[in-house]
Design a protein around this ligand. Structure first.
Ligand code: AMP
Length: 285
């Protein structure tokens, strides 16, 4: 596994792989890797003949009061895990490589970026879309692998790829969870033992809502209340949002269908967690 820091070198290596007829999969990450990230590497290895991971904590997607400077950085362990998982190449650029002095062009993401995460984290998806477009340009891969954990992010990227005619196919992979349902996240390591326990209310709430839906309840407000009630019981009284929305447009719905997603963002202690569940997806949570 080769670790590359420069844009010039990674592009040359990816173009070489393509010239050899390899099908190249790209897995962008911010590091602090866990089994969720590694599932994307596995998905790429199943479908591609070369897998390139990137590790870059993208300053452009963090707000001024967010956790950019204290975001976990565990590069040595990350590289060991990527090697073990069978990645062929890892791109680990320094910030100035991606954002040199004078950098000033950004992607304006589609309307699907506006609600939920978009309104809680102004500028977040602009930063995400910009860095992902740059990575697609720097590493011309055939397929890009993303996690459903960041449901809205995956929609924003899919829309960008369609709208800007980017020559890459996007795969969105299922959420990897702990045995008790908590969605794996690099930020879970911030949770105190007590908060870690309380955090399970999020996936429990999502499951409870899906069970009510499967039992015949389609009223979105009641499904939403099911999640809120589960959160309240764990002392999570002010989630940032619990949205019952169309899984394509993210517009709120009043009647749920199998193509409805429930999106949750909540602070547990100091840690901001997100999770989601598509009601018709019986494999998740
Ligand atoms: P991040 O390092 O948080 O930017 O995540 C990198 C990629 O891993 C994104 O496409 C995420 O959606 C995905 N990811 C993060 N957590 C999970 C998870 N628990 N299951 C599946 N994919 C995940």
């Amino acid at each position: 596994m080769e670790v590359v820091e420069s844009i010039e070198r990674i592009r040359e290596r990816v173009l070489q792989l393509r010239a050899q007829g390899r099908r190249v999969g790209l897995v962008p990450t911010m590091g602090a890797l866990h089994a969720g990230h590694l599932s994307l590497i596995e998905a790429s290895r199943r479908e591609c003949t070369a897998t390139v991971a990137t590790i870059f904590v993208n300053p452009a997607q963090f707000g001024p009061s967010e956790d950019f400077s204290r975001y976990p950085r565990t590069i040595d362990q990350d590289l060991a895990e990527l090697r073990q998982a069978g990645a062929d190449l890892v791109f680990v650029p320094r910030s100035e490589e991606i954002y040199p002095p004078g950098f000033s062009t950004f992607v304006e993401p589609s309307s699907v970026a506006a609600p939920w995460e978009g309104s809680c984290r102004p500028g977040h998806f602009r930063g995400v879309a910009t860095v992902v477009l740059k990575l697609f340009q720097i590493l011309p891969a055939h397929l890009g692998f993303f996690g459903q954990k960041d449901f809205q992010q995956a929609l924003v990227i899919r829309r960008m790829v369609a709208d800007l005619n980017l020559p890459i196919a996007i795969r969105v992979c299922p959420i990897v969870r702990e045995a008790d349902g908590l969605a794996l996240s690099s930020r879970n390591r911030y949770l105190s033992q007590d908060d870690r326990h309380r955090a399970t209310a999020i996936s429990r709430g999502l499951r409870a809502a899906r069970n009510r839906f499967l039992a015949g309840e389609a009223r979105a407000e009641l499904l939403r209340e099911t999640v809120l009630s589960e959160l309240r019981q764990s002392g999570i009284t002010q989630p940032e949002y619990v949205a019952v929305a169309d899984a394509e447009t993210l517009a709120e719905v009043t009647e749920a269908t199998a193509a409805t997603v429930i999106l949750v963002a909540a602070r547990v202690g100091q840690t901001r967690l997100i999770d989601n569940l598509v009601l018709g997806d019986s494999n998740d949570a």
